[in-house]
Design a binder for this molecule. Sequence first.
Ligand SMILES: Nc1ncnc2c1ncn2[C@@H]1O[C@H](COP(=O)(O)OP(=O)(O)OP(=O)(O)O)[C@@H](O)[C@H]1O
Ligand SMILES: [Mg+2]
Length: 297
Amino acid sequence: MNLLAARPRSAAPPSQPAAAETALIEVAAITVRYPGRYPGRYPGRYPRSARAAAHAALAAPALDNVSLSVDAGEMVVVLGANGSGKSTLLRSIAFMLRPVSGRIAVGGRTLIGPSGTALSGRALAEARMALGMVFQQANLVKRRSVLANVLTGTLGRHRNLTSALGILPRRERAHAAACLAEVGLSTLAAQRAGTLSGGQAQRVSIARALAQSPRALLADEPVASLDPDAAEEVMRLLRRVSHDDGLAVLCVLHQPDFALRYADRIVGLRAGKIAFSERPAALHRADIAALYESPRT
Ligand SMILES: Nc1ncnc2c1ncn2[C@@H]1O[C@H](COP(=O)(O)OP(=O)(O)OP(=O)(O)O)[C@@H](O)[C@H]1O
Ligand SMILES: [Mg+2]
């Protein structure tokens, strides 16, 4: 099923057209510094004052001049040792961190530009909806039904309506049901989310992300808590939504074997820098093994 075709009419298209039809995620020369990495100072997420910014400038960057792009219909896997900057990269793309320099664009819309300006208001809400997120833990509301959890993915489109009346348009229910069908769990729609297995819960969290009608999906270690069969199923699902529905999927993994089997391209991060960006067939095991030598402290 093509979820892009199922996009509800109320999902406004981006006001800026995509620069090129293909590159949905563009990261150009970003550098990220955590002020908290300066000893004993500023455990916060990014500089909020001139003093904090000055200390941040002294810290080693968590990401150092990183560039990367993910095309529509492409699945890119990021590999790297603990602390190499994988989550920092995803958090930067998802607005959770502000790089000190560089540019990030999603669907041709610049989120962070050379002047450091971020979007705000409606433009920010639309940009957020364009990015679905999946984490290691599914983070479902356990006492609510599976379908109700998937429906929460649509909330960003109806903030005023839901806050005023606590209701969602009927078509969103049909859209959420279609997303649940996409992950193969229609029969569990009415079941309480707390009763699901880990693999089922993760697939529901992917359905919730798809309910946003995103253009790109960011997944941070989505199979780290799953048994081998459930992990395979989630990897197959991520590849399918990328290849069949045209989403740009950027997925962080700690399993090189999955990366080699499922990725269209593998990006290796080492100490905050891109070590390589290659098709699996062009990579040698030694290239991947080198990522895990002398990990960053
Ligand atoms: N909030 C923070 N404050 C200060 N430093 C941080 C913060 N978050 C991450 N870091 C540092 O930034 C670097 C990159 O961290 P990040 O979480 O991106 O690594 P990762 O590749 O996702 O690691 P893992 O495989 O363990 O999840 C690490 O050195 C980490 O200590
Ligand atoms: Mg991480």
